[in-house]
Design a protein around this ligand. Structure first.
Ligand code: GCU
Length: 456
């Protein structure tokens, strides 16, 4: 077993590809090391240690020490130094530059040859959520695997709409955690952290349905596993015919976002759904996926980004809680492009050509709601201030496009929502969940969904 794995590793990406009928098998650590070898990197700095305050790499929780770097890349200054003054310059010049940098260095490129998806829906199951009659269907997006039959990939989702709706309804898509995955023996649970308990009162699903909207639970790990060993499988592996990634190839976040885009292809053809009024929501690693989805997929009208932290909307140049080095480790690197590893050694976060505020800026002018939990309950790991600043520094791009940013640069107190602009922020009273922020998000999204035309 070890011998076989070692042989595959030593062959490297370029030579192993020809004629293989089975996916390459690498552990997270082997695949991580393979990327370091491709990048010519000897060693990465360790991530922040949240458990030992006296460790040399102890996580910083002191705001006074959080900003070792003083400048951020300016979203409105082009690589040639010219300043963006018009929406046209943003759309035609600066935005494509930022997309290219995120593609190449941070999240990776979606290949041109991703196979097609064919959707099917189960018959409707009628039921009730609270007092609301519902219509539920299981959706399956089967991916064409003719080019590499050893891998079978399907996007799994559940759609629930109010059964008594008189017309197409807005729909909230959630990147849903699922603890068990029947189809792959190698995957581990999507969330390593226990989920925060649900707040009292109606569930978010009940709240959404009571508002006349529907929802979809989209299971990202049905089509891309949440670990490095799974990168030669799932949609990334299938597209790459079972071979390991190159350093610019997509990571799991972009793969998960790809699935959300394919889901829209289905929703656009579903007469129960108003596909011009779609929201995307997710927490933690799926909060990161939510931000990436919104940035790259213009058909989502509004996003609810929950505690996305490092690799999400947290400013990477802040040293507070989790670090770039944590995400670059062999436990989490699979979310990102291989090139991202460079910024955990020898480069530093200060060398990142783009930072998280520019990910938010890619969503402009569409509305985004940035959510975090209480510092006392959720803790400091995800860096609430860093997530807030990701929204603050995207403001100039929203304003250039005639919209309103957060308008302040000091983080508001817990439970004080900043929701009047097109970038919203709220720190709720709970832990690592979007739970208590649902009422505020629904009000925020309603402002847009109630309009005859949505911002584009
Ligand atoms: C870790 C990781 C975070 C991530 C979280 C999760 O805490 O450092 O970046 O968001 O796991 O997804 O549960």
């Amino acid at each position: 077993m070890m011998k076989r794995a070692a042989l595959i590793v030593s062959l490297g990406v370029a030579t192993v590809a020809v004629g293989q009928t089975q996916p390459a098998r690498l552990t997270n650590a082997q695949d991580h090391q393979r990327l370091l070898d491709l990048l010519g990197i000897k060693e990465l700095r360790p991530g922040a240690n949240p458990n030992n305050p006296t460790a040399p790499n102890a996580a910083n929780h002191d705001e006074a020490k959080a900003s070792p770097y003083t400048t951020l890349p300016d979203p409105l200054v082009c690589l040639d130094g010219s300043v963006v003054k018009t929406p046209e310059q943003w759309w035609t010049k600066r935005r494509p530059e930022i997309v290219e940098l995120f593609d190449r260095e941070i999240y990776g490129r979606v290949p041109k040859n991703v196979p097609a998806v064919k959707w099917s829906a189960s018959p409707i199951t009628r039921g009730k959520t609270g007092s609301i009659a519902t219509a539920t269907r299981q959706l399956t997006g089967q991916v064409d695997n003719a080019a590499f039959p050893a891998l079978s990939v399907a996007i799994e989702a559940t759609i629930v709409t109010p059964a008594d709706a008189t017309g197409p309804v807005p729909v909230v898509v959630e990147f849903a955690f699922r603890m068990r995955r029947p189809s792959t023996a190698t995957s581990r649970p999507a969330a390593s952290r226990p989920q925060a308990s649900a707040p009292a009162g109606p569930t978010w699903q009940e709240q959404v349905l009571a508002h006349g909207w529907g929802y979809v639970l989209l299971y990202p790990t049905s089509y891309q596993a949440d670990n490095g060993a799974g990168l030669t499988e799932g949609i990334i592996g299938l597209t790459n015919k079972g071979q390991p990634r190159g350093v610019e190839d997509w990571g799991a976040l972009r793969a998960w976002a790809w699935g959300a885009s394919r889901l829209i292809d289905y929703l656009e053809a579903d007469s129960a759904v108003d596909a011009k009024r779609l929201a995307i929501e997710g927490l933690s690693r799926f909060g990161k996926a939510t931000a990436v989805t919104m940035a790259y997929e213009p058909r989502f009208a509004v996003a609810f980004i929950g505690s996305s932290g490092q690799g999400g909307v947290k400013i990477a140049r802040r040293d507070f809680g989790e670090r770039v080095e944590n995400v670059a480790s062999d436990a989490e690197y699979h979310w990102m492009a291989g090139n991202y590893l460079k910024y955990a050694g020898p480069l530093t976060p200060n060398d990142l050509p783009v930072d998280a505020h520019e990910l938010v800026a890619l969503c402009a002018p569409r509305p985004v709601f940035i959510s975090v939990g209480s510092l006392n309950v959720e803790g400091t790991w995800i860096d609430a201030v860093g997530n807030f600043l990701g929204g603050v520094h995207a403001g100039p791009v929203y304003e250039l496009l005639g919209r309103k940013g957060l308008g302040v640069s000091q983080i508001p107190a817990e439970q004080v929502g900043l929701t009047d602009g097109d970038i919203a922020f709220r720190m709720h009273e709970g832990g690592h969940t979007t739970g208590p922020n649902w009422p505020a998000f629904i009000n925020f999204a309603d402002r847009y969904f109630a309009r005859p035309t949505m911002p584009r």
